[in-house]
Design a protein around this ligand. Structure first.
Ligand code: DGL
Length: 279
């Protein structure tokens, strides 16, 4: 049976919304996390580049003995999940389908909004999944390009965030959605501001909870092994491709744990430009 830590990755600290849910639902498990902060934001990048990043990161997490991978990024899940599953032999869970399936389950008026990155909205995987389950449901996508830079800078509230939120939400509220998927793992950190704009009637879905339920199920079915708590408390490790200090400063408080001791910087970039830059 597959043993080792659970590998989790994102463009930056957005995947921490999934990590905190793993801490909650699976407190004995160990995590090995990769935040691709040298390349954040992913949203404006082309598909081929996003597939290459996801492949390199998964390769790295496999080399670090991850027993499974959680693609804690809607953009990578939308663009690269099929390619990763075709290439790697370990279980790989994405965040798009868990969020989409929950929206199908809870919407009452059949009008669902998706807040996500430009690349995720362009690819339309939430819409595709929702309409596979129920062709009657209308899906309204809204790209939110300033959200990821806000969160990566540790700015989760304040006038700028509120102004952007009013702009992003206006078309979805005009479309009378009763459910909104927070379709980027960074966005649940902005939930209080989003909630203030949408009011209490609209359901906000953070896919993290439903994603981790899938991880739990893989463990319960014995596809991957549960970590033995008698081996000691779990030790989580974090890798970043960009600025390590910024990752620690902003990410630690959002995760609710000090992480400085366990963060390392690594460069995985095999692109021709990176090779030239490295000489
Ligand atoms: N947090 C990621 C997602 O879920 C990526 C955001 C980005 O880097 O643009 O889509």
């Amino acid at each position: 049976m597959l043993t080792g830590p659970i590998g989790v990755f994102d463009s930056g600290i957005g995947g921490f919304t999934v990590v905190r849910e793993i801490f909650h639902q699976l407190p004995d498990e160990e995590i090995i996390y990769f935040g691709d902060t040298a390349h954040v934001p992913y949203g404006p990048r082309p598909a081929e580049e996003l597939i290459r990043f996801a492949t390199e990161i998964t390769q790295f997490l496999v080399s670090q003995k991850a027993k499974m991978i959680v693609v804690a990024c809607n953009t990578s899940s939308s663009l690269a999940l099929d390619r990763l599953r075709a290439k790697f032999r370990l279980p790989i869970v994405g965040v798009v389908n868990p969020g989409a399936d929950e929206a199908v389950r809870v919407t009452c008026n059949g009008r669902v909004g998706v807040l996500a990155t430009e690349a995720t909205i362009r690819k339309g995987m939430h819409r595709q999944r929702i309409n596979e389950k129920s062709s009657q449901i209308k899906v309204f996508g809204q790209a939110c390009p300033s959200y990821v830079p806000f969160v990566e800078a540790g700015k989760c509230r304040g006038p700028e965030v509120e102004q952007a939120t009013r702009e992003y939400l206006q078309p979805l509220l005009a479309a009378d959605v009763d459910t909104i998927i927070l379709g980027c793992t960074h966005y649940p950190f902005l939930q209080p501001v989003i909630r203030a704009v949408v009011g209490d009637e609209v359901l906000l879905i953070d896919p993290a909870c439903h994603t981790v339920l899938q991880v739990k199920e893989l463990i319960q079915r014995g596809v991957v092994s549960a970590r033995d708590p008698l081996t000691g408390p779990p030790v989580h490790r974090f890798f970043v491709s960009g600025d390590q200090a910024a990752f620690v400063r902003v990410g630690g408080p959002l995760l609710g744990k000090p992480i400085a001791e366990n963060v390392r910087q690594v460069c995985l970039d095999s692109s021709p430009e990176a090779g030239q830059a490295a000489g």
